[in-house]
Design a protein around this ligand. Structure first.
Ligand code: SAM
Length: 223
């Protein structure tokens, strides 16, 4: 079968600020799997490759029934978590993005929203929300699901400490919540009071794994 060549485009990743042909003249070192802000499935991701390995085994080990990503951005981690939900049919996935026209639908900067929207249409396991995570509507939606499902929340929006302090208190025993940019955009002193009051502790050995893999992720479990 011959395909129509007209379907091919070069718009994706065409923004001049995007790195291209990074390894054309050099061998890829294993250490580069730890670099944050790479391309994954052709889309921009604000994680490192090692974090995908970490997420895979974190989710498998815990057998979550509900996974929430706060801050979809370009949608590369979203695509991964969404596909895992649909492939395993073991959890329902929600992702929230307040400013979808910034990166999500922006093909030159490697936004992948055009594709995740299609996944959203075809799979009941995948749910894309263009809304503010601090809105009552978002909060009520998540709370209702948390009450029903074993939950994992990944705080990666614009204010990780505020996200943790808002959502950690509604978790049940055995639920988990992880934050990205640990030690950079969020520190222990910002969430200590919530942890003490609501029984959240650092989730070992996954926390150590996340640190060793330089993911900048810190996971917590509700006792
Ligand atoms: C660090 S990026 C997310 C990276 C993405 N999770 C990844 O791994 O590639 C943070 C995103 O959160 C979004 N954001 C900021 N404030 C928000 C809010 N109040 N509600 C929902 N999304 C928000 C930003 O627009 C941005 O796209």
């Amino acid at each position: 079968m011959k395909y129509n060549k007209d379907i091919l485009t070069t718009i994706h990743g065409s923004y001049p600020g995007i790195d291209i042909q990074v390894y054309t003249d050099r061998v890829i070192p294993l250490e580069d799997m730890k670099i944050i802000n790479r391309r994954f499935m052709g889309a921009g991701i604000s994680q490192n490759y090692a974090s995908i390995y970490w997420q895979e085994y974190y989710i498998e080990s815990n057998r979550f029934e509900y996974v929430v990503e706060i801050g979809s951005q370009k949608g590369s981690l979203t695509t991964y978590l969404a596909n895992m939900a649909a492939i395993t049919e073991s959890y329902v996935f929600d992702t929230f993005e307040k400013f979808p026209h910034q990166d999500w639908y922006n093909r030159p900067v490697e936004g992948v929203g055009h594709w995740v929207d299609k996944l959203n249409e075809i799979s009941s396991y995948i749910n894309v929300h263009h809304g503010d995570i601090f809105d009552k509507r978002s909060f009520d939606h998540i709370k209702e699901n948390v009450e029903q499902f074993k939950t994992y929340m990944f705080c990666d929006g614009g204010d990780k400490a505020a996200e943790f302090n808002m959502y950690a208190p509604i978790l049940k025993s055995g639920d988990k919540i992880a934050v990205h940019d640990w030690g950079m955009e969020i520190t222990m002193d910002q969430i200590q009071e919530t942890c003490d009051k609501h029984g959240l502790v650092i989730d070992e050995p996954f926390a150590q794994s996340a640190t060793d893999l330089e993911t900048w992720i810190m996971p917590f479990k509700k006792l």
